[in-house]
Design a protein around this ligand. Structure first.
Ligand code: F6R
Length: 604
């Protein structure tokens, strides 16, 4: 996702900014920009694509004297990845960079446009700079104008603003998106949306809290406010190396990405799950006209998310849905009906089999929709429509947050279609939206749970195999749990429908067969329970994951969400991810780069 840097000092400002942005590259981006204020002049540069394009554009710009600057890497959410949409955004005399999403930007934009303000970009961010300038013209005080601006913003933001009317200061605000401000021994000031951008530069830092805002200048240092009152600076020494900073203090990228799920799901939902309806700005209102079925096509984890959501499409949107493994679909000579919506799911957007299946559907005249994490990827470019999952870059080869955000996007899509087809009442949709909003909480990893799974993991390092079992939506989750485990532990694991065990696999049951039983309260609890009892009667070793204590289980992980099947789904997803992680750690494997696997499979 997006990255922010800022600097006040007498080092080469361009170098400091671009170097900071380079440290944030791992988050993923599709355009970048900087603005530098020196001698009351602001110079700004933007480029689409990688930082080397920005470096090329700025190669003759050498701001060596004292000054200040802000920089940004953008991961497109509102508006395409173009130069105009790249940050910094400018008004008449000010520049702004922003991470997050301003939820009420349309309202604010309309108000400003009605007053004659001209917008250049399609972004939500641009409202910030225009609001600031409007407030400044009314109040004639930059700090008050900034405060008034921040008070009007709803949603998540980390903002840096520079203005010619107060050329010594950088203004900042943070709510919901991370922002760090720091200084070195010379009192140069640095900003970053992650400490990766500050390591090796700042010696002490302040991790801003939601609702913090203020300004910095070389003379005044850092002035921090909260609710209009000045706040004590809680400075911490900045230690560590760059790689561990990128990992945010976690041992592995996969671990970080599991913990990050709560935060990224907020981004996935933002501006889409409104109070009483689902809105996708990316889809036009006629998007679903003439469609009477859905085919979902994907590979690996993305296939598992599609399989799970097919239950939702049929149950909620009452639309016939089938799910295909892309490598199979390509060669089965499928019958393609132009009334079918063809949905491809891909984290990378480059998976060869999925891409080729998509081309087949497109060539057969089907309407196509990509659920994807990487804008501008091959799959996105070819599809008629795209819903970005907004998971940010995923580094661990074993996919975690990409899966979570895919499921979330498709859950919202099933409600969107239900709205369109009127297969659910407004009350039912609102209740689902309430459940959606609870998910970031449901996937939060607490220390007790992680510790429990860590301890449990030592009992599951041998045996002749794992069966992850579940019913309904929890069957694809069982498939995904098994896939995670085999990818990084190299132990044999299968996902199976709980009711299907007695049709064959139960022959394997003995004390060395490990069964991970997904036993949600909201979906067929009693049926799964009796399936697990059958395994227990044959002495299989059972780890039950459930809100209900299950006496016959050898081990038990207590889950807490029982209000809605989907919150159970997401909570159990985290448990299976942690289990795979901890088993892999105990076996001494490379968690982030398991043997024989690649992050993006661009060959068939
Ligand atoms: C599993 C995993 C793979 C991918 C699969 C599809 O952890 O990462 O199974 O899900 O290769 O990749 P994308 O989603 O990029 O199309």
């Amino acid at each position: 996702m997006c990255g922010i840097v800022g600097y006040i000092g007498d080092e080469d400002i361009k170098e400091v900014l671009v170097d900071g942005l380079r440290e944030l590259e791992y988050r993923g981006y599709d355009s970048a920009g900087i603005a530098v204020l020196q001698d009351n002049e602001i110079q700004s540069f933007k480029a689409v694509g990688k930082l080397k394009n920005l470096e090329e554009k700025t190669k003759n710009f050498n701001p060596h004297a004292f000054g200040m600057g802000i920089g940004h890497t953008r991961w497109a959410t509102h508006g395409k990845p173009t130069e105009i949409n790249a940050h910094p955004h400018l008004g008449e005399f000010s520049y702004v960079v922003h991470n997050g999403i301003i939820e009420n930007y349309q309202e604010l934009k309309k108000e400003l446009q009605a007053e004659g303000v001209r917008f250049l970009s399609q972004t939500d961010t641009e409202v910030i700079v225009h609001l600031f300038e409007k407030s400044y013209k009314a109040l004639n005080d930059p700090m008050q104008a900034f405060e008034a601006t921040v008070n009007k913003l709803e949603g998540a933001y980390a903002v840096l603003l520079m203005t010619k009317v107060d050329p010594d200061r950088i203004y900042f605000a943070k709510n919901g998106s991370p922002m760090i401000v720091g200084n070195n021994d010379k009192n140069d000031i640095f900003f970053g949306s992650s400490d990766a951008a500050l390591i090796g530069k700042a010696t002490e830092v302040i991790y801003l809290d939601d609702g913090d805002y203020g300004y910095t200048s070389a003379k005044e240092g850092i002035t921090l406010l909260h609710n209009g009152k000045e706040k004590t600076l809680n400075k911490k020494a900045l230690l560590g190396d760059k790689i561990s900073a990128q990992k945010g203090g976690f041992r592995f990228f996969m671990e970080k990405e599991i913990y990050e799920q709560s935060e990224v799901l907020v981004d996935t939902v933002m501006g889409r799950a409104l109070d009483t309806k689902i809105q996708f700005e990316e889809l036009d209102p006629n998007f679903f006209d003439g469609i009477d079925g859905i085919t979902i096509c994907a590979c690996g984890t993305s296939y598992n998310s599609g399989l799970a959501c097919a239950y939702l499409f049929e149950r909620q949107a009452k639309i016939r849905t089938n799910v295909e493994i892309a490598s199979e679909f390509r060669y089965k000579e499928p019958l393609l009906d132009p009334k079918t919506l063809f949905v491809v799911i891909s984290q990378s957007g480059e998976t060869a089999d999925t891409l080729e299946a998509l081309k087949m559907a497109r060539d057969a005249g089907l309407k196509t929709l990509a659920i994807c994490n990487v804008d501008n990827s091959s799959i996105v470019r070819i599809s008629d429509y795209t819903l970005l999952t907004r998971a940010g870059i995923e580094k661990g080869v074993a996919s975690t947050k990409a899966f979570a955000t895919q499921v979330m996007v498709m859950w919202m899509l099933s409600l969107y279609i239900a709205q369109h087809k009127k297969t659910m009442s407004e009350e039912e949709i609102s209740a689902e939206i309430q459940a959606i909003r609870h998910i970031p909480q449901a996937v939060k990893v607490n220390d007790k749970l992680h510790e429990k799974v860590k301890r449990l993991s030592k009992r599951y390092l041998h045996g002749h195999g794992f069966f992850f079992i579940g019913r309904d939506l929890f069957y694809p989750l069982a498939l995904e749990g098994a896939l995670k485990l085999k990818e990084i532990s190299y132990l044999h694991a299968e996902g199976y429908p709980a009711g299907e065990m007695k049709h064959g696999p139960i022959a394997l049951a003995d004390s060395e067969l490990f069964t991970i039983a997904l036993m949600p309260k909201n979906i067929h609890y009693d049926k799964v329970k009796s399936n697990v009892e059958e395994l227990s009667a044959r002495d299989a070793t059972i780890l039950a994951i459930s809100p209900e204590r299950f006496e016959l289980a050898d081990d038990y992980v207590h889950t807490y969400c029982s209000d809605h099947a989907m919150s159970e789904f997401f909570e159990m997803m985290v448990v299976t991810q942690l289990l795979a992680l901890e088993i892999s750690v105990r076996l001494g494997n490379d968690v982030d780069m398991p043997r024989n696997l690649a992050k993006s499979v661009t060959v068939e």
